[in-house]
Design a protein around this ligand. Structure first.
Ligand SMILES: [Fe+2]
Ligand SMILES: [Fe+2]
Length: 184
């Protein structure tokens, strides 16, 4: 299991890429499930970055606000694209074209983070803090499980079970609470 927040976010980038493949190449229920997993993981991942990682990035030596602002703009744009896809559903006309555009945008965004942002976290943030932040991101993941595993549901997980759009909207509170817990 990834140990610090950078490893965890990198692992999530890889999983996001995999899920895009499963959505594009899938059919029927498997495709719906893969899209649902993708929505949940993107909600957790991008919200954790917006709430925890990018604000931290601004405080680091040599911090470049323009780099962070660009990442936030990319995340906002991707979220709008995702909302449109969720609204229409996987069977909508235009879903196939839309998911390709979203994939390209999200993967390019991830490469930018890996190139311009994550190395500075590694360089300037103490290892124990990076480990603690991974705990906050994992707590958020627990609230938005990528698949309702039989027997693994918890009261916590149920808080955020529900339609993908609801997940997208509610995960921010969860990430904030987890990050506050980590900070106190
Ligand atoms: Fe991001
Ligand atoms: Fe990311």
């Amino acid at each position: 299991m990834p140990d610090d927040v950078v490893d965890l976010l990198l692992a999530q980038h890889a999983r996001i890429e995999e899920l895009f493949l499963l959505v594009s190449g899938g059919t029927g229920e498997a495709r719906k499930d893969a899209f649902d997993d993708l929505v949940r993981l993107l909600a957790v991942h991008e919200t954790a970055e917006e709430e925890v990682v990018h604000p931290l990035g601004r405080t680091l030596p040599g911090g470049n606000d323009a780099v962070i602002d660009e990442r936030l703009a990319e995340e906002r744009q991707a979220k709008e694209m995702l909302r449109t896809l969720i609204d229409g559903g996987v069977d909508a006309d235009g879903f196939d074209a839309g998911i390709v555009l979203l994939r390209d945008a999200v993967l390019m965004h991830a490469r930018h983070e890996e190139r311009y942002e994550f190395p500075r976290l590694r360089q300037h943030v103490p290892a124990d803090r990076l480990r603690a932040l991974a705990g906050a991101v994992r707590a958020a993941e627990e609230f938005a499980p990528t698949r309702p595993h039989p027997g693994a549901e918890s009261a916590k997980a149920n808080l955020i079970a529900g339609p993908p759009l609801a997940v997208l909207d509610r995960v921010r509170d969860v990430v904030r609470r987890a990050a506050d817990g980590e900070a106190s």
